[in-house]
Ligand binder design. Structure first.
Ligand code: FMN
Ligand code: SF4
Length: 610
C-alpha cells in the first residue's frame, strides 16, 4: 500500500486501521473512530483512508458526509446533541437547550469560539421514557433539567473528560412496567439451542412456522417464510455457488437494532437486560438457515451498550454457545459481530442497513432481489428485528403451539411497547397482541388523552374516538412506539415535528422523497409561522400523495402519514393556525431581499415589494 501524503495524520490513523484490519467493509466503524479522535473527519484523513482501503476519495467522503454523527467540519471537543423527538420537546427540550447554550456562550448549531463545545439537535435518541435526553460525545444523558445542565456545563468548562463524569448523569433505566414472556419469564442461556439440537433444525423451522411468528420490526412478514427462503437461496456469483471454508454456501444472520423510529426504545431494553435471548434467537436462526456469521447492527445512539453486549458475547463463547461446535454439536459454528451505526434512521431499512454493514452510505437498494437471496456481500441474508429473535429463542425452547396460544390468530405472541408522552408511568409494557389502546392508556396512567401516535411518525395517529382499536397486525400494526398526547396538546406541533424528522432523515436518493419531505417541512413551517392558507392544506395533501406513491422506499412512503392523519382526524388544529386568505406564496421574496437592502443601505418604501 502506498503511504499517503500526510504522515502526521497517517501516524494518528495507524492504531485505528490496526484495530479494523484495513478492511473497506469496516469503513463506517473506522470513520467513527476517526471522528472520536479528531472531533471531525479531516480532509487529510479522507485521503489517507482512501489510499489504505483502496477506495476513491469520493467514496470515503460520501460515507463520511452521509451519517449525522460524522462531521466534515470541526466540532467542539464536547459535542452535545439534544434529542429532538416531540416527547423531548413536550418536556421542555427547546428551552433547556437554549439555557445550556447561554451558559456556555455558544449558539445552537455552532461551535464555541474556543472550539470547546458544540450544541445541536439530533433525531430521537431512544430515551423518550426518561427525557429530555441528549448525547455528549455519543454517551446518553437523561432526565435533563437546569440543575443537571449546570453541572454538565461546569464539567465542560473545567474540561473534565467525559469518562470521568459522575455516573448518575449517564444512568439509563429499563423502566419495565409490565413484563411478559419475553421480559418477565426466566431464561437459561442455551435452553433454546439445546431444545433445537434435540429436535433438529428442520423440525425447529416447523415450530417457528406453527408459532405464526411475524416480524416485530414493523412490516410483520412471517419469520418462518423468511428463514425458509434464505435457506433455499443459493448465492450465484460468476456462475458458481459461493461457499465458506467448509464448503457450505455462505449465508448471514443480521439483527436489526437500529431502532430509529422516534418514540421506540424497546430494543434498547431487550439488549440491555435480555441480550442472551436475542443472541440465542440469532443462533437458532443461524442453525436453521445454515449461517456461520451474524451481525448485530446497533444504532449509534446505543453505543453505551457496546461493551456490555461484547461481554455477553464473550461469555457465550466461553459457555460454548457461540464459536465452533456449539454445545458440542460437530460442524455447528456461528459467531456474532457488532457494528455500530452513526445516526441515520434510514439504516433501519433492511437493504440500507446491509449497505451500511458493507461500509457504505445507507442507501436502500432496489428490491427484488430481496436480502434473503442477495443480501450482505451479495449472499443470502436474514434481517430480523431484535424482538423477533427474542421470540424465536422462546419458540425454540417452548414450541410453536405454546407461542401461538398467546395473542390473536393473525398476531400471535406478545408485543413490547415503548410508552412515552403524557402519561404517569412511561416505560416498557409487554402485552399479548389484541390489547386495546384504551387498556394501555389506563395501565400507563394517561388521563384525558386525545391521541396516540402508534408505531412512531411512520405509523398511525389514533384519535380518542378510536381508543377501542387493538394492537395487532390486523388492526394497528406497530414496531413498538406508543406516544400519548393529552387533550390540551395541539396535534399540529407533533405533525410539524415529524415533518422535520423526515426531511432530516430522507437519504436524498430519490426525488419524490428528497424534494417532497422538504416541501412538506416548509409548508408546515409556514403554517406554524402564521402564514398558512387553505391552499397550503391542499398542497400538503398533494405532496403527501406523491410521497406515498412515488418514493423509492418505506421512509418516503410513510413520510406524509402524520400530516395526512392529523389533517383527517384533527382538522381544527390546522384551521386554528390558518390565515383567512386563500393563498400566500411559500417563498417570501421580500424577506429574501433583506440582505440586498442591508448591503445597499436602502430600506425605504421603494426597496420593498409590498
Ligand atoms: C425507514 C425504515 C426504517 C426501519 N427501521 C427499522 C428498525 O429500526 N428496526 C427494525 O427492526 N426494522 C426497521 N425497518 C424494517 C426493516 O426494513 C425490516 O423490515 C425489518 O428489520 C425486518 O425484521 P422483522 O421481519 O423481524 O420485522 C425499517 C424500515 C424502514 C422503511
Ligand atoms: S424514499 Fe427517501 S429515504 Fe427512501 S430512497 Fe428515496 S430519498 Fe431515500
Amino acid at each position: 500500500m502506498e503511504p499517503c501524503e500526510f504522515p502526521h495524520i497517517e501516524d494518528q490513523l495507524a492504531p485505528i486501521l490496526g484495530r479494523h484490519g484495513a478492511d473497506a467493509t469496516r469503513l463506517l466503524q473506522i470513520l467513527r473512530d476517526v471522528q472520536d479522535h479528531f472531533h471531525f473527519i479531516p480532509p487529510e484523513a479522507i485521503v489517507c483512508l482512501a489510499s489504505h482501503l483502496n477506495l476513491s476519495r469520493a467514496e470515503v467522503e460520501g460515507v463520511a458526509g452521509f451519517y449525522s454523527f460524522l462531521s466534515l467540519t470541526p466540532q467542539g471537543e464536547y459535542r452535545v446533541l439534544f434529542s429532538d423527538n416531540i416527547t423531548d420537546n413536550m418536556l421542555g427540550k427547546t428551552e433547556l437547550m437554549q439555557y445550556f447554550c447561554n451558559k456556555l456562550w455558544v449558539e445552537p448549531g455552532k461551535v464555541s469560539e474556543d472550539n470547546l463545545v458544540s450544541v445541536d439537535s439530533t433525531s430521537c435518541t431512544g430515551m423518550c421514557d426518561q427525557g429530555p435526553a441528549a448525547l455528549v460525545n455519543g454517551w446518553p444523558l437523561t432526565n435533563l433539567d437546569n440543575n443537571r445542565l449546570d453541572l454538565i456545563s461546569e464539567l465542560i468548562r473545567i474540561k473534565k473528560p467525559v469518562a470521568e463524569w459522575p455516573e448518575m448523569l449517564f444512568e439509563v433505566r429499563d423502566n419495565i412496567r409490565r413484563p411478559g414472556m419475553l421480559l418477565g419469564d426466566e431464561f437459561e442461556p442455551g435452553a433454546g439451542i439445546r431444545a433445537m439440537l434435540a429436535r433438529g433444525a428442520e423440525a425447529t423451522l416447523k415450530e417457528v412456522d406453527a408459532s405464526n411468528l411475524r416480524g416485530r420490526g414493523g412490516a410483520g412478514f412471517k419469520t418462518a417464510s423468511k428463514w425458509t427462503f434464505c435457506h433455499a437461496a443459493i448465492a450465484e456469483e460468476e456462475g458458481g455457488m459461493i461457499c465458506d471454508v467448509g464448503g457450505n454456501p455462505e449465508r448471514f444472520i443480521v439483527c436489526n437494532a437500529d431502532e430509529g423510529e422516534p418514540g421506540t426504545f424497546k430494543d434498547r431494553v431487550l439488549l440491555s437486560s435480555h441480550a442472551d435471548l436475542v443472541f440465542e434467537g440469532m443462533t437458532v436462526g443461524a442453525r436453521v438457515v445454515g449461517a456461520r456469521k451474524g451481525f448485530l447492527y446497533l444504532r449509534g445512539e446505543y453505543r453505551y451498550l457496546l461493551k456490555p453486549l461484547e461481554a455477553v458475547l464473550a461469555r457465550r463463547r466461553a459457555e460454548g454457545l457461540l464459536g465452533e461446535n456449539i454445545l458440542g454439536e460437530p460442524g455447528f459454528a456461528f459467531d456474532i459481530e457488532i457494528h455500530l451505526g452513526a445516526g441515520a434512521y434510514i439504516c433501519g431499512e433492511e437493504s440500507a442497513l446491509i449497505e451500511s454493514l458493507e461500509g457504505k452510505r445507507g442507501r436502500p437498494r432496489n428490491r427484488p432481489p430481496f436480502p434473503v437471496t442477495k443480501g450482505y456481500m451479495g449472499r443470502p441474508t436474514v434481517v430480523d428485528n431484535v424482538e423477533t429473535f427474542a421470540c424465536a429463542a422462546r419458540i425454540a425452547e417452548k414450541g410453536g403451539a405454546w407461542f401461538a396460544a398467546m395473542g390473536t390468530a393473525q398476531s400471535t405472541g406478545t408485543k413490547i411497547l415503548s410508552i412515552s408522552g403524557d402519561c404517569a408511568r412511561p416505560g416498557i409494557y409487554e402485552y399479548p397482541f389484541g390489547v386495546t389502546v384504551e387498556t394501555i392508556l389506563r395501565d400507563c396512567g394517561a388521563e384525558d388523552a386525545h391521541a396516540v401516535q402508534v408505531s412512531g411518525p411512520s405509523g398511525t395517529l389514533v384519535s380518542w374516538q378510536e381508543f377501542g382499536r387493538r394492537i395487532a397486525f390486523e388492526d394497528l400494526p406497530t414496531a413498538g412506539a406508543f406516544m400519548v398526547f393529552h387533550r390540551k396538546r395541539e396535534m399540529f406541533a407533533a405533525a410539524h415535528n415529524f415533518t422535520h424528522f423526515f426531511a432530516h432523515e430522507s437519504c436524498g436518493f430519490c426525488t419524490p422523497c428528497r424534494v417532497g419531505t422538504q416541501l412538506q417541512k416548509r409548508i408546515m413551517d409556514k403554517i406554524a409561522g402564521g402564514h398558512g392558507t387553505p391552499a397550503d392544506l391542499e398542497e400538503l395533501k398533494h405532496v403527501g400523495h406523491i410521497l406515498g406513491t412515488m418514493s423509492h422506499c418505506g421512509l418516503g412512503h410513510t413520510a406524509a402519514n402524520p400530516v395526512l392523519d392529523t389533517l383527517k382526524k384533527f382538522p381544527g388544529t390546522f384551521e386554528r393556525k390558518l390565515k383567512a386568505l386563500s393563498f400566500e406564496p411559500a417563498f417570501d421574496l421580500d424577506g429574501a431581499l433583506q440582505t440586498a437592502r442591508s448591503i445597499t443601505g436602502r430600506d425605504d418604501e421603494w426597496a420593498h415589494l409590498l
